[in-house]
Design a protein around this ligand. Structure first.
Ligand SMILES: [Zn+2]
Ligand SMILES: [Zn+2]
Length: 244
């Protein structure tokens, strides 16, 4: 998700009975939404894993977009949920600089506690993860019992394992090859351990740094690296649609 391989940065759109939810809002997500014909004002909530720029800075563009007078009639109320403290700091700094260009009574910004949450019927759990900034991962439970896990950025840790345990689909970062492992991030070997330990039904790999992108280009990489796992493993691409 770092611009190589035709990918923009971290952002995933979840369509559910509780409206449209963005999981992170990295740079590029507004253009990707436009290419899908999805109006940014229709996004009901944004769930932010952490405040690194590749995960949240298109939120600023979304807030500005919502202030366009010609769009007011079609706006959904927007709730932004993310790590306590850092989210408040970033939003306050943006409001200080941009004022009424982004401030809007229909926008609510809320710091998240750990554990189970219910935002107007949209149910999810927030778990702490190990990363180079305060960060969360999420497990979302849909009304029909299906579950989606999202790692944000994390190295292997208890919170990530709990979020992914037997999930129907787990969106998991895979930033680096094993021989270039970097603290705070996942590698193919870590993905293998996660699959064997907690057995999500499907794992969608995402958030690739250049060395990992090069490895993905090798023929049969997925089959060789993950073919024997209990989880089906997919390499995610921008604009890919997954039915949970
Ligand atoms: Zn990060
Ligand atoms: Zn990242």
């Amino acid at each position: 998700m770092l611009l190589d391989g035709g990918r923009s940065t971290a952002s995933y759109l979840l369509e559910s009975e509780h409206g449209r939810t963005l999981l992170d809002a990295g740079p590029g997500c507004l253009l990707r939404l436009a290419s899908l014909g999805i109006a940014p004002g229709s996004i009901r909530r944004v769930l932010l894993s952490h405040m690194h720029p590749d995960h949240h800075t298109d939120l600023l563009g979304l807030l500005f977009h919502r202030r366009n007078p010609s769009l007011q009639a079609d706006l959904q109320p927007l709730t932004v949920l993310g790590p306590k403290g850092k989210l408040r700091d970033v939003y306050a700094a943006w409001c200080d600089v941009y004022g009424s260009w982004i401030e809007d009574e229909s926008v609510e910004v809320m710091g998240l506690s750990l554990g189970s949450q219910d935002h107007e019927g949209f149910r999810f759990d927030a778990y702490p993860v190990r990363h180079s900034a305060p960060a969360l991962c999420f497990r979302i439970e849909l009304a029909d019992g299906r579950s989606l896990a999202y790692s944000g950025d994390s190295e292997p840790c208890e919170g990530l394992s709990e979020a992914c345990r037997a999930a129907d689909f787990a969106l998991v970062e895979c930033s680096f090859p094993d021989d270039q492992a970097c603290p705070g991030h996942m590698t193919p070997a870590a993905i293998r351990s996660l699959s064997l330990d907690v057995e999500p039904k499907r794992i969608g790999l995402t958030h690739f740094y250049p060395a990992m992108e090069a490895m993905l280009a090798q023929p049969d990489f997925v089959q060789q690296a993950f073919g024997d796992l209990p989880s089906e493993v997919l390499i995610l691409e921008d604009l890919m649609e997954i039915d949970l």
